[in-house]
Design a binder for this molecule. Structure first.
Ligand code: ATP
Ligand code: MG
Length: 556
């Protein structure tokens, strides 16, 4: 079934640029890339970049590469390479080519040699701290390195020896020779290569020098014939360096860089560095913990690819940073599942009810529609008998006025079944309510058109003898958004209630549900069968989102 939230296109400033570029003939075909560093799992911010790159190319009949920016071997791993591919595919995108920046190490090296020969790069022996001190500030120009004047021959020799492994980590770098007085700090002889004697997940020990992002990125883009290289705003100042590298390295193609605002979402940590800490310190159950804002976590929680894509599309592409309300994201998953998900009844905090005038040993099957808003989903039959479970919350011994659910003497409607009246409350030694005794009225059966009496409350229930025990995980943001905690370390701002686990029951027809199946549980919200912990012996459901929110996306 087609999703209600799909198939909307909206304009953005990058699209206008593409239209102009095609019109003017700067490009014949649109080629974009999504360039993750394989140092963690993708998060919802990356989803934004993925959608932007793939959909932009797609709209103009172009293509998109998936390129791993694997230039920092210490932090990278094939586990991440695999997970990233899975996530991009799951989001619904298929890349033209799968590339790795490391595929281009040889060519990058050769182009760096070209820079040296042209007098545009030199080997510098300053250490990181000295380099930083001499770089200057926004108001003061930098100072030239004493090694800036090295001859081409000496530079070629040293660079070759860097590659050959003659020097230790940090002993030397290759720097671009641009302008130490430039008002743009990224042009003050930026480092192009560093020494790192570490094993690379793809190239092994072949290399001990690695290109810096600012050098590797433009060269990779040019090699692949990328036409529109889209990145986030913090790289705006690096654009002149991007253009410098492409031009001085005499690349054939001339990709252009465009910047857009990073996606930020309220109550959501959006940095792999922090997310990795949560994983490493076992605060969460891995990168795909349903509370994580990773794509794999959101998938496990029950978010659909359609909802994420619709969200990314609707928030648009901005040129200045802002924070999107997390409820906007929730809005899209509700919209997507509203007509698709089967509706069912589940009891999260069970309270036993005995219907004393229902014949012992008997039961019956009642019709229940699978989705009241989508008739095509048909009906199912649910058992009803003398013993059922209701929610503890749906009973109060001494209710306030306007409480329309169950209390002694009150009558309510059981969804899809009968009216029942509470006759007696059974308590344990501690005074806790453990059971209710009710009577039902056979005349009030749902669907028979009973109109003699009206009741104000409708509650849900599950027949007790056939109910399937299930675990329900209710999720809240991982971080507390408390002003008082604002300056505290991120680990001290964790929400102690981010995961609440409840043991309850679902309808018997939930037997055999599969990981990832989604349901609207009457009055509780949307749930998805957990992909890791749910099995035939124990059903586990994650709550994706509750049913209602006060949020109006039109006003967002
Ligand atoms: P993080 O800070 O979370 O590690 P990153 O930018 O270092 O993110 P990369 O793997 O380098 O992560 O990013 C791959 C692509 O995704 C880049 O083009 C980057 O600009 C984009 N991206 C990352 N985070 C966001 C975000 N929050 N919003 C939009 N795009 C993002
Ligand atoms: Mg990064």
């Amino acid at each position: 079934m087609e999703s209600a939230v799909e198939n909307k296109t909206s304009s953005n400033f990058i699209k206008s640029i593409v239209v102009d570029d095609l019109k003017s003939g700067r490009v014949q075909e649109v080629v974009t890339r999504f360039p993750p560093e394989p140092n963690g799992y993708l998060h919802i911010g990356h989803a934004k970049s993925i959608c932007l790159n793939f959909e932009l190319a797609d709209e103009f009949g172009g293509k998109t590469n998936l390129r791993f920016d694997d230039t920092n071997p210490v932090k990278e791993d094939t586990e991440y390479v695999d997970a990233i591919q899975e996530d991009v595919r799951w989001l619904g995108f298929d890349w033209e080519e799968l590339r790795f920046a490391s595929d281009y190490f040889e060519e990058m090296y050769n182009r760096a040699v070209l820079l040296i020969k042209k007098g545009k790069a030199y080997v510098c022996d300053l250490n990181a701290e000295q380099t930083r001190e001499m770089r200057g500030t926004l108001t003061e120009p930098g100072k030239e390195s004493p090694y800036r004047g090295r001859s081409v021959e000496e530079n070629l020799d040293l660079f070759e020896r860097m590659r050959a492994g003659e020097f230790k980590d940090g002993e030397r770098v290759l720097r671009a020779k641009i302008d130490m007085a430039s008002p743009n700090i990224s042009l003050r002889d930026p480092v192009l290569y560093r020494i790192s004697h570490s094993n690379h997940h793809r190239t092994g020990d072949a290399w001990c020098i690695y290109p810096m992002y600012d050098y590797a990125h433009p060269i990779s883009d040019a090699i692949e014939g990328i036409t529109h290289s889209i990145c986030t705003l913090e790289f705006e100042d690096h654009r002149p360096l991007y253009d410098w590298a492409i031009s001085e390295c005499e690349m054939e193609a001339t990709p252009h860089q465009y910047e857009f605002a990073r996606l930020n979402v309220t109550n959501t940590i959006m940095s792999k560095r922090y997310l990795k800490r949560l994983v490493d310190e076992n605060v969460v159950d891995g990168w795909d913990d349903p509370r994580m804002p990773t794509i794999s976590g959101m998938r496990r929680r029950g978010y659909t690819a359609e909802a994420l894509r619709a969200f990314c599309r609707e928030i648009g592409v901005a040129k200045s940073n802002s924070v999107v309300d997390e409820r906007y994201l929730e809005h899209f998953i509700r919209e997507d599942l509203k007509l698709k998900a089967m509706r069912t009844m589940a009891i999260l905090r069970p309270l036993k009810v005995v219907i004393t005038n229902y014949p012992e040993g008997e039961s019956e099957l009642l019709d229940a529609e699978n989705n009241a808003e989508n008739e095509a989903m048909g009906i199912r039959q649910i058992p009803f008998s003398r013993e059922i479970y209701i929610e503890q919350d749906d009973f109060m011994e001494n209710p306030p006025s306007k409480y329309f659910r169950l209390f002694p003497g009150n009558e309510v409607r059981l969804k899809h079944a009968y009216f029942i009246t509470c006759q007696e409350v059974i308590k344990d030694e501690r005074g806790e309510v453990v059971e209710l005794r009710c009577t039902y009225d056979p005349k009030t059966k749902s669907g028979t058109g009973f109109t003699e009496r009206k009741v104000k409350g409708t509650i849900h229930w599950v027949e007790a003898s056939q109910a399937i025990p299930a675990e329900f995980r209710l999720l809240e943001p991982l971080m507390l958004n408390d002003e008082e905690l604002a300056d505290k370390d991120f680990m001290e701002r964790l929400n102690p209630n981010s995961l609440q686990t409840l043991e309850g029951f679902v309808e018997p027809n939930m037997k055999g549900v599969l990981p990832g199946e989604k349901f609207q549980m009457f009055r509780h919200g949307y749930f998805s069968v957990d992909g890791k912990d749910s099995n035939e012996d124990k059903l586990v459901f994650n709550r994706i989102v509750s049913l209602k929110s006060s949020f109006n996306p039109a006003k967002a």
